[in-house]
Ligand binder design. Structure first.
Ligand SMILES: NC(=O)c1ccc[n+]([C@@H]2O[C@H](COP(=O)([O-])OP(=O)(O)OC[C@H]3O[C@@H](n4cnc5c(N)ncnc54)[C@H](O)[C@@H]3O)[C@@H](O)[C@H]2O)c1
Length: 297
């Protein structure tokens, strides 16, 4: 525990409480998302667990309610691999809620075999980037109306190995499960930066996050990675430790000036050269809008 404590230097020490605030966390029924949702509920927010598996989500909601005493923990169906499900989630949420202060785009898949989403997007790009891109667009007006509000995109250190190949965004010409994950995590950072530029002055700020290397179910598609995670499990962060940087970016006061930045261990972190490329970020934005049928502005 002592070494673990040392390794996880980044702890969200904010004392901010969140009564009256509304938060959405995607992929909140396991791992980092579950712990992020629990900590937001602990601070008094009404928290929506946006989950693919509603039954599992309901069990987690009950667990969080019991642990925190906060009954305002709600589960709603969201499958980021299907734009119909994303639109249905957003429609339901907008009818139900007057405000949205915190959106945490946390859900993700890693190293799954080549497969496509319901709309024909490669799974990593489709779920990790395009799904969250669409969700954020659909909720953006509500975030602006509720300002000050924040969007946190959970990316990864793995983005350093990623590239955005506009000629093969869906990896149809070449597919590597590892690189497809890295590419999608790079897309998370580029999206965050472009979103921050477009939202300047709106009261909505946004941050991308590397949660650390965390002992979770993320490696479920790769037996090699599962084995590696098991081998080094002593050095991995717990999901609760992994949630700290998301939480820090979602609630720490005075962070507005750092909108668009990437964080790791609750500190601004360096990103790769392509992740800093504004031209790529703008082009990715336009291509994503085009793929999702979102009008360009
Ligand atoms: N675990 C790590 O070491 C690590 C490192 C860097 C980044 N991350 C990122 O952290 C985030 C959370 O990962 P985790 O480690 O908690 O893994 P996890 O597998 O425990 O959680 C991922 C969550 O995403 C959900 N999800 C997957 N596909 C979905 C879909 N189509 N629709 C809706 N939800 C879907 C899963 O159901 C699950 O709840 C991911 O974005 C991941 O890329 C994790």
């Amino acid at each position: 525990p002592q070494i673990r404590k040392m390794l996880s230097s980044g702890v969200c020490t904010s004392t901010v409480q969140l009564p009256g605030k509304v938060a959405v966390v995607t992929g909140a029924n396991t791992g980092i998302g579950k712990e992020t949702a629990r900590e937001l509920a602990q601070r008094g927010a009404r928290v929506y667990l946006a989950c693919r598996d509603v039954q599992k989500g309901e069990l987690v909601a009950k667990e969080i309610q019991t642990k925190t005493g906060n009954q305002q923990v709600l589960v709603r169906k969201l499958d980021l691999a299907d734009t119909k499900s994303i639109r249905a989630f957003a429609k339901g949420f907008l009818e139900e809620e007057k405000q949205l202060h915190i959106l945490i785009n946390n859900a993700g898949v890693m190293m799954c075999p080549y497969s496509k989403t319901a709309d024909g997007f490669e799974m990593h790009m489709g779920v990790n980037h395009l799904g969250h891109f669409l969700l954020t667009h659909l909720l953006l007006e509500k975030l602006k109306e509720s300002a000050p509000s924040r969007v946190v995109n959970v990316s990864s250190l793995a983005h350093h190995l990623g590239r955005i190949h506009f000629h093969d965004l869906q990896s149809e010409k070449f597919y590597s499960d590892g690189l497809a994950y890295c590419n999608s995590k790079l897309a998370n950072i580029l999206f965050t930066q472009e979103l921050a530029r477009r939202l300047k002055g709106s009261g909505v700020t946004t941050y991308s996050v590397h949660p650390g290397t965390v002992n979770s179910e993320l490696t479920r598609y790769s037996s090699f990675m599962t084995w590696m995670w098991w081998l080094f499990s002593f050095f991995l962060k717990t999901p609760q430790q992994g949630a700290q940087t998301s939480l820090y970016c979602a609630i720490t006061e005075g962070l507005e000036i750092l909108s668009g930045k990437h964080f790791s261990d609750c500190q601004v972190a360096r990103v790769s050269a392509q992740a800093r490329n504004e031209t790529v970020a703008r082009r990715l934005w336009d291509v994503s809008c085009d793929l999702l049928g979102i009008p360009l502005d």
